[in-house]
Design a protein around this ligand. Structure first.
Ligand code: HEM
Length: 539
């Protein structure tokens, strides 16, 4: 392929690179003209008005006026760090992705942790889901694993995403977040839209108030498809396991830390890295046979509101992540980083999970506005570390000075067609999954309709003190609703999950205990979920 011309070195074009230093014996304008004074504007006399002709004043103020970019529509509050991912080579049979296949292979990464609902300046410590997004700068292109610290999601279909976010973010009249004002819209949505009940209980559990980013698990949530060298496929779920274990704050602690230090989590992240106590996670896979049904142990693998208990499919460690470098510039790195589920590499493919499918559209789309145009992949933090030879041209903020005719294929004038003759074996190939002759419908599969079994499983896996925290969280949060019918409707959902949970919360709210509207199982097993059984290898 041709050399990557997107990082102008100046060598070919005579254009000097952008100056990063902001140092020197004298100041200049952005155009390089030497300045005599940057402290006083040009006026009509010492007491007169500022003259429009003061080009330095206008350049300085105009640039300042545009320093901010729009915050993310969700996950606006975040912090990020650089690190290294080292493969154990244990996934070599499962995937041809080189960064996982080769034992000892090191890959640079950038990770951004976030809350979901708050604005950029909100507190780190609120009860919320946390984002855990990782950019792997692999030799075969960039792979983004855009996950959360909870393994399930509120909705099964991406078309509901604007609804859940509208219901949960700040109120439009006061712009006070749900966490501190009326909670009616959030609880209205999740009690009407009962597939949200599983994720909601994870939020009400201690997982919703992590002690530190370093002590959170991460989950890819969806099921992905891996392809190996022989073209064989398996279905997998991605898990991050923190070396320090999973720890949470208690509610009273979050209130104190949130008040005293709203930057609690980002401070903890950066302080620990600067002290050399590098945060570590192990990447693991739950592996399932790639059957036409795309189910495992009766669980629909395309339903993002369901987990597969680790007792049924243990998490197999495939590599280790160490975060070892803080950002140099928060705006350039943490704010401008753009994650996207479509950033896939050969050996990793998507499934038909309808939430995943919608996300494949949404990220690139929102970033076109947030990062002002189609060339944000040229921003340093987003540049692939693999050689690039695309056919993209022009557009807002184009950094490359492309030579020659605009690329097109097929093309007989450029000395042949390297794409046609190219090494397809190393290329990304879409797995030719059979799409059935089913009619075009808006329905979801019947298997998506059970909204309570796994919530009950989660509840039953909790220890007594964790159960107490969950009861208190539901009682506190529902106590903030103005509308009694919403509290009652959510109590009805709890009655369908577990009678003890429902009775305790109802008592706390001073409301009658509703009867379940579904048949509850008499005796249900209570397997422990999540980190149980996971062993870190000795260093
Ligand atoms: C941002 C995770 C569902 C749209 C994010 C971020 C994470 C994340 C971690 C922050 C990325 C960063 O740090 O820059 C997830 C997970 C989901 C999910 C785990 C479900 C399993 C959805 C859905 C949609 C969506 C269904 C839309 C249909 C967005 C958008 C952003 C975002 C628009 C902002 C991206 C940006 O401005 O760069 N999500 N999300 N997400 N998510 Fe999701």
């Amino acid at each position: 392929g041709q050399p990557d011309t997107r990082t102008p070195t100046g060598a070919e074009t005579g254009v000097p690179p952008v100056s990063h230093a902001q140092q020197g014996a004298f100041l200049t304008t952005a155009q390089g003209a030497r300045l005599r004074d940057t402290d006083h504007s040009l006026k009509a006399g010492p007491r007169g008005p500022i003259l429009l002709q003061d080009h330095h004043f206008r350049e300085k103020i105009t640039h300042f006026d545009h320093e901010r970019i729009p915050e993310r529509v969700v996950h606006a509050r975040g912090a990020g760090a650089h690190g290294v991912f080292t493969s154990y080579g244990t996934a070599a049979d499962l995937t041809r992705a080189g960064f996982l296949k080769h034992k000892g292979k090191e890959t640079q990464v950038f990770v951004r942790f976030s809350t979901v609902l708050g604005s950029r300046g909100s507190a780190d410590t609120v009860r919320d889901t946390r984002g855990f997004a990782t950019k792997f700068y692999t030799d075969e292109g960039t792979f983004d694993l855009v996950g959360n610290n909870m393994p399930v999601f509120f909705i099964q279909d991406a078309i509901k995403f604007p609804d859940i976010i509208h219901a949960a973010k700040w109120h439009p009249d006061r712009e006070i977040p749900q966490a501190q004002s009326a909670h009616d819209t959030f609880w209205d949505f999740v009690s009407l839209h009962t597939e949200a009940q599983h994720h909601t209980m994870w939020n009400m559990s201690d997982r919703g108030i992590p002690r530190s980013y370093r002590m959170m698990e991460g989950f890819g949530v969806h099921t992905f498809r891996l392809v190996n060298d022989a073209g064989e496929t398996v279905l997998v779920k991605f898990h991050w396991k923190p070396k320090l274990g999973v720890h949470s704050q208690v509610w009273e602690e979050t209130q104190l830390t949130g008040g005293v230090d709203p930057d609690y989590h980002r401070r903890d992240l950066y302080d620990s890295i600067e002290a050399g106590a590098y945060p570590e996670w192990e990447l693991g896979l739950q592996v399932f046979p790639d059957t036409p049904e795309e189910t495992f142990a009766g669980i629909d693998l395309l339903d993002p509101t369901k987990i597969v208990p680790e007792e049924l499919a243990p998490v197999q460690p495939v590599g280790k992540l160490v975060l070892n470098r803080t950002p140099t510039n928060f705006h350039a790195e943490v704010e401008q980083v753009a994650f996207h589920l479509g950033n896939l590499v050969p050996g990793i493919d998507v499934t038909n999970d309808p939430l995943l499918q919608g996300r494949l559209f949404s990220y690139l789309d929102t970033q076109l506005t947030r990062l002002a145009g189609p060339n944000f992949h040229q921003i340093p933090i987003n540049r692939p570390h693999a050689p690039v030879n695309d056919m993209l041209r022009d557009g807002f903020h184009q950094q490359a000075v492309h030579g020659g005719v605009a690329p097109y294929r097929p093309n007989s004038l450029d000395g042949g067609n390297p794409f046609e003759a190219g090494d397809k074996e190393n290329a990304f190939l879409d797995v030719p999954v059979v799409v059935t002759e089913a009619p075009k419908v808006r329905d979801l599969p019947v298997s998506f309709k059970d909204h309570y079994t796994q919530v009950r499983l989660f509840w039953q896996s909790m220890s007594p003190i964790e159960k107490e925290h969950i009861i208190r969280a539901y009682t506190f949060e529902l106590g903030k609703c103005y509308h009694q019918e919403i509290r009652e409707r959510q109590l009805q959902c709890l009655a369908n999950i577990d009678p003890v949970l429902c009775e305790q919360v109802a008592t706390g709210l001073g409301l009658p205990v509703p009867a379940p509207t579904i048949e509850l199982p008499q005796v249900t097993p209570s397997p422990a979920l999540s980190q149980v059984g996971h062993q870190w290898p000795a260093d």
